[in-house]
Design a protein around this ligand. Structure first.
Ligand code: P6P
Length: 342
């Protein structure tokens, strides 16, 4: 059967009463911007967009204190430009911007808030490894016309849509509007995202974990014990051998888990403890958690369901465990038992 387009899927969702026209059109705007980003990335060195933003010796830094790549800035600009005049948003927030921005008075405003990491994993750009765009959609509070940062601080369980686009051998958009998680592949010949997997289900069990092992000596005790037991394999308490993968691009690692299961973790460690973790809650952990849960998986901080975390800051960081439900529950058990003994 011929795959249906993203446009047809969204119209079907609207006709079923699961989304409204405004949200449908917002998702189309974001998908169109991701196609533009995909084209820019695909040009690589030929497009003059590799390397660091800013001038030699004076790299451009974002609010995270991270050196920005030219493609970070370009991807952010593409998403900002596409969404400013679309008429579906009241405001937007980005990893690359210190504060959120209300839609300018010159443009019509809508009822949604868009948050995004325009190019996650961009340190991999210059070595040609998959990167991605992550986005999350919240409702703007009814009585607010010019939203500030505080209006974005809603728990992940209030998201109405979440998605990511992975720019790899093919460009794929993975999307949920709260009724399953679906995968679309960009058909470059016609310029449309076509549905290639409907209602993904992440296997509950797995033999594959994703973590940056070089941080092992910095982890909390429960994380040390959890991974030690994984590494003992069949001879250890888990009774099975595990494989490890770490792309250092969250979108790529999560997409592998969406495709074949696994657990992804960026736990607390003594280096990032003061910041609360490494990965950002609002535009990395929460959208990925919504996507994974809608695919039958689980997402946790190690001590709390990710989607129940009450945000306190736009760029707040959290520890992340997400993926195959049974394996995430194992990791949480190690933390719960450690805390009970403390
Ligand atoms: P590390 C990329 O910079 C990122 O934000 C995520 O995409 C990725 O999972 C993580 O950081 C990689 O971190 O410490 O392994 O480089």
């Amino acid at each position: 059967m011929k795959p249906i387009s993203l446009t047809r899927y969204l119209i079907e969702e609207q006709h079923a009463g699961r989304i409204n026209a405004d949200l449908r059109l917002l998702i189309e705007v974001v998908a169109r911007a991701c196609k533009t980003i995909s084209i820019a990335i695909g040009k690589g060195a030929l497009g003059g967009v590799l390397g660091d933003a800013g001038s030699p010796g004076a790299a451009s830094m974002n609010i995270q204190g991270e050196a920005q790549k030219k493609l970070d800035v370009l991807s952010n600009d593409i998403l900002l430009e596409a969404n400013a005049w679309g008429g579906h948003l009241a405001g937007l927030a980005s990893e690359e911007m210190d504060h959120s921005q209300p839609i300018p008075d010159a443009f019509q405003r809508g009822n949604y808030l868009l948050l995004f990491d325009p190019l996650d994993g961009s340190s991999n750009i210059d070595v040609n490894i998959s990167v991605g765009t992550i986005f999350s959609v919240l409702r703007c509070p009814d009585d607010v016309t010019a939203p500030g940062d505080e209006h974005f601080l809603q728990p992940g369980n209030t998201q109405v849509c979440a998605g990511y686009t992975t720019y790899g051998p093919s460009t794929m958009l993975v999307l949920t509007v709260g009724h399953g998680t679906h995968v679309f592949t960009l058909d470059r010949e016609i310029g449309s995202f076509m549905m290639t997997r409907r209602d993904v289900q992440v296997p509950a069990e797995t033999k594959e974990f994703a973590v940056n092992m070089s941080n092992q000596r910095f982890w909390e005790a429960p994380m040390q014990r959890y991974v030690d037991d994984l590494l003992q394999g069949k001879q250890g308490p888990r009774g099975k051998d595990f494989n490890m993968r770490w792309v250092a691009s969250m979108v790529a690692d999560v997409h592998r888990i969406i495709t074949r299961g696994g657990i992804f973790s960026y736990p607390l460690d003594s280096k990032c403890r003061d910041k609360g973790g490494k990965l950002r809650l609002m535009y990395e952990a929460n959208p990925m958690a919504f996507i994974i849960e809608q695919a039958g998986g689980a997402a946790s901080t190690g001590r709390q369901r990710m989607l129940d975390v009450q945000p306190t800051g736009l760029h707040q960081r959290v520890p992340v465990f997400l993926g195959s439900r049974d394996e995430v529950e194992q990791a949480v058990r190690y933390h719960r038992e450690h805390d009970a003994e403390s």
